[in-house]
Write a protein that binds this ligand. Structure first.
Ligand SMILES: NC(=O)c1ccc[n+]([C@@H]2O[C@H](COP(=O)([O-])OP(=O)(O)OC[C@H]3O[C@@H](n4cnc5c(N)ncnc54)[C@H](OP(=O)(O)O)[C@@H]3O)[C@@H](O)[C@H]2O)c1
Length: 321
């Protein structure tokens, strides 16, 4: 099995969690880490045991032995970082939301295609066993025609002007940070909506602190809440005319999915424990794609990532009217 040499750019919260999964995945090398500052790169490399460190992202991207780059920077930087990585001939896994608008993603996908490189949004939810089982049940017709979806991602976050979540210059706001998960779930099941209704709380800096969205389809609708203002249970219910599926609390990271019949009796349960911290499924999927020479992951198709970005562009315009 070819060992995949990973390069990580950005040394913040998610880079740490993801690196723990890299470290525990077989045939996976913690090859290089890059930071805007050499001190942070040195400390991160020493802490996790990377082979190399770089005091700039471009130096890491210039290393010929990096097989794939994990972009773990703030959202405002994703476009520039991904374009630079692709220009340097690197395969890319980029954190969510992959860009701050759909046009940026179109540019990235065009460059990835031109260069013949792998590109994927780090939508780890779609690589997790309970989520995959949920989609299998729905595709098999187990719950019939979908009538209603309810999915939330909202948790109280103490205001901090320095936190990227509240900074316009870092691509802050609940839509791109949180709502992307329930919107991805809704898109995976119902596709693009015919119509969108939305309301939001927007602060004086233009940051959406919360939003409530209804996506309308022929014969079905979906209701999604997200935000930094209140803590919800964040489960997901997908209801059809023959039954329903529930994904457990924090549905995008849950290990549990349950299939019910139309009377609410349990038909099947899926419960799969994490091997490391849940990011390993995404690491395994990217490793597999790169070993097999794929340019995109069948689990996280680029068309779906782009469709969700387009939906978020539309919601962003509605809530700022
Ligand atoms: N999949 C998940 O479960 C998950 C969870 C949390 C976050 N995320 C995503 O991961 C990305 C990073 O989130 P995070 O929570 O890790 O953020 P964070 O803790 O603020 O770290 C972001 C890193 O980006 C780099 N960076 C580049 N340009 C920057 C700028 N202008 N201002 C500040 N930092 C900058 C910094 O690394 P250097 O200083 O080393 O260059 C910083 O450490 C976001 O896209 C977020 O949506 C995903």
């Amino acid at each position: 099995m070819k060992t995949i040499k990973w390069g990580v750019i950005g040394t913040g919260r998610i880079a740490r969690a993801f690196t723990e999964a890299l470290a525990g995945t077989p045939d996976t090398e913690l090859y290089a880490v890059g930071s805007r500052t050499a001190e942070k790169a040195v400390a991160f490399a020493a802490n996790y045991g990377f082979t190399k460190w770089f005091g700039s992202y471009e130096e890491l991207l210039s290393d010929k032995d990096v097989d794939v780059v994990y972009v773990a920077t703030t959202m405002n930087s994703h476009y520039e970082n991904c374009m630079l990585a692709l220009e340097h001939g690197k395969n890319v896994l980029c954190e969510k939301s992959v860009t701050i608008n759909a046009q940026q993603l179109r540019d990235i996908l065009a460059l990835a295609e031109k260069k013949g490189l792998f590109f994927m949004e780090a939508m780890w939810m779609k690589c997790r066993p309970a989520y995959i089982r949920m989609l299998e049940w729905i595709k098999s017709g187990a719950i019939g025609d979908i009538r209603y979806i309810k999915a939330d991602f909202s948790n109280h976050v103490r205001y901090d002007a320095d936190d990227r979540l509240f900074r316009a210059d870092c691509g802050g706001g609940a839509l791109l940070d949180e709502c992307v998960y329930p919107l991805t779930l809704v898109y995976d099941i119902l596709g693009k909506p015919d119509d969108i209704l939305a309301a939001a709380h927007i602060d004086k800096n233009g940051i959406d602190l919360s939003e409530s969205v209804i996506l309308r389809y022929k014969g079905a609708y979906a209701s999604v809440d997200s935000g930094f203002e209140v803590s919800l249970k964040n489960n997901a219910v997908i209801a059809g005319d023959k039954g329903s599926v529930m994904l457990g609390d924090w549905f995008f990271v849950t290990n549990n999915a349950t299939l019910y019949d139309a009377e609410g009796n349990i038909v099947e349960e899926c419960s799969v424990s994490e091997k490391i911290n849940g990011y390993e499924y995404e690491v395994e999927e990217v490793n597999r794609c790169i070993r097999e020479g794929l340019k995109e992951s069948p689990l996280v198709p680029q068309s779906g990532t782009l469709a969700v970005m387009e939906i978020m562009d539309e919601i962003s315009a509605i809530i700022r009217r």
